[in-house]
Design a protein around this ligand. Structure first.
Ligand SMILES: Cc1cc2nc3c(=O)[nH]c(=O)nc-3n(C[C@H](O)[C@H](O)[C@H](O)COP(=O)(O)OP(=O)(O)OC[C@H]3O[C@@H](n4cnc5c(N)ncnc54)[C@H](O)[C@@H]3O)c2cc1C
Length: 478
């Protein structure tokens, strides 16, 4: 890269914000999807919105691709520099700028780690609801870009429900202020458009987040089932009965064993083939009544024991086991392919069975831990990336699982996004006209397609999606 250009960047971000060294750049060759790797040409880490804007202007002049990156915990290759380019990371933008107790919002920089936002508002009796299991590491900016979910999104909704405003730097280096703390701003809903954009519309540098009051009481139940089928049936019934726990998670036998053998051992039982981990939030009386109804439904579907966490410490232990489950799977094999699909909740049992058959037919080791209340499945396949034959079987199983979900009215991703992993599967759920509309929206924000190229929307030629030429706006470009 031209040394004058590198010097100009260094003047903006300082030496600590610029990584050119090839060994250090290697740390950014992939995200949580370890199957696809490419070392970026450069890594930039601005300190704030103003530095981010200056960097984007310099990158525009060089015509370089920009790959926004938070913590790199994504599981679909979204932050992987597939075609080279500059990784633009937010890890130095970590300030909580404002917490308004009265108006119930927080304004944070995009690199703030999810759990740090929760901590910043908890002493105001407030909380930020979306809680991905990766919340100890993932950033609010990454959550926005992936419209991330989490166990408690069953009741409180995925990230999009909690985002009020954004500061975004476009590929052209312009700063856009979208939305804001007021409840219903005028104009097109560009915040809604940006959330879930997977880094293709710009870099979010600041985020205004909706906060909600912390519940008066939370009760945590663990329902023990002799089979995964029974646990799935119970979830379907809980939804049909309009019961509203705040979280309903399933862990199967293999997951329980891995967690219990790890440092996160949570006291999950030996004797169950599956457990439902359920949180119920609300006023004490309402929580008690719901817990009773939930227990009855679970028993009617075979639960042989319902345990209730006795104190906050036990609750925290049960949830730490769940949230650390992916990591614990490292005991089974060196690598884990975390599939992410979503189905109508009446189809959970059917699809879990289909998934088991798909993996068994290929001799693959499957475990399940998922946000059952949302119909969001995570069939996890343990494998060894050094074994090419096994890798091919894993990828084939991943595709078959997606097909099985789509066949019952489900979709490709419940929460992890499309990224590189599922880009070429998009035609299974979207028509050419749908994909064309997405490309046009993208082109309106980023005419040169320099933001996170190659992600989420099938590229022209790759799937033979042909877009009509965009009309040239009168008066030239802005
Ligand atoms: C153990 C584990 C558990 C997980 N559990 C969950 C879960 O429960 N629910 C869930 O939804 N996901 C989960 N994930 C996936 C992942 O953590 C989420 O997708 C998370 O939101 C990614 O955040 P990140 O900061 O790591 O983003 P990255 O992985 O760095 O980036 C993700 C995407 O966002 C874009 N991006 C990042 N920052 C910005 C920005 N500031 N502006 C514009 N674009 C940006 C990137 O280009 C990329 O496309 C889990 C992952 C792991 C490893």
């Amino acid at each position: 890269m031209d040394s004058g250009f590198l010097r100009a960047l260094e003047q903006v971000v300082g030496p600590e914000g610029l990584t050119t060294d090839s060994t250090r750049r290697r740390a950014y060759e992939c995200d949580g999807l370890a199957l696809v790797r490419r070392v970026p040409d450069l890594v930039l880490a601005p300190l704030d919105t103003s530095q981010a804007r200056e960097c984007m202007r310099l990158l525009r002049e060089e015509g370089l691709a920009v790959i926004p990156r938070g913590a790199g915990t994504g599981l679909a290759g979204g932050a992987t520099p597939h075609e080279g380019g500059v990784v633009f990371k937010t890890s130095r933008m970590r300030r909580v700028l404002e917490v308004s107790e009265r108006d119930r919002f927080a304004r944070v920089e995009a690199g703030v780690v999810n759990v740090d936002l929760t901590s910043a508002c908890s002493h105001h009796g407030l909380r930020y609801a979306p809680d991905p299991s990766s919340q100890q590491a993932c950033t609010i900016g990454g959550n926005v870009a992936n419209n991330s979910g989490g166990p408690h999104c069953f009741r409180y909704g995925a990230t999009t429900r909690s985002i009020l405003g954004l500061t975004v730097i476009t590929a052209e280096g312009e700063v856009m202020e979208l939305g804001g703390p007021e409840p219903d701003p005028e104009g097109l809903d560009l915040v809604g458009c940006f959330v879930g954009c997977e880094g293709m519309l710009g870099v979010a540098t600041e985020v205004t987040c909706r906060l909600i009051p912390a519940p008066e009481t939370t009760e945590t139940l663990l329902a023990l089932f002799p089979s995964l089928d029974g646990a799935c049936e119970a979830v379907t019934e809980l939804i049909a009965e309009n019961l509203e726990p705040s979280a309903i998670e399933i862990l199967d036998r293999l997951t329980i064993e891995a967690v219990e053998a790890s440092v996160l051992a949570a006291g999950y039982p030996d004797e169950a083939d599956a457990v439902l981990l359920i949180d119920i939030d609300g006023l004490a009386e309402e929580v008690r009544a719901t817990a009773q109804d939930v227990g009855e439904i679970a028993r009617a579907h075979g639960a042989f024991e319902i345990r209730t966490a006795t104190d906050a410490k036990e609750r925290a232990r049960l949830w730490a086991g769940r949230k650390g489950a992916f990591g614990a799977m490292g005991r089974i094999a060196p690598d884990l392919y975390v599939a992410d699909v979503v189905v109508p909740r009446t189809k959970l049992k059917e699809v879990v069975l289909a998934t088991t058959e798909i993996c068994q037919a290929r001799g693959l080791k499957l475990s399940n831990v998922f946000h059952a209340g949302d119909g969001n499945l995570h069939p996890n396949i343990s494998y060894d990336r050094r074994d090419e034959v096994e890798v091919a079987r894993v990828l084939e199983a991943g595709t078959e699982i997606m097909k099985a979900c789509v066949a019952v009215g489900g979709s490709l991703s419940g929460e992890h996004g499309i990224g590189l992993e599922k880009r070429d599967e998009m035609h299974r759920v979207f028509s050419e006209a749908d994909l064309d509309a997405m490309l046009r929206v993208r082109a309106a924000w980023d005419p040169d397609e320099r933001m996170n190229p190659g992600k989420a929307i099938p590229v022209r030629g790759c799937m033979e999606i042909k877009t009509k030429p965009l009309p040239v706006p009168s008066g030239g470009s802005s």
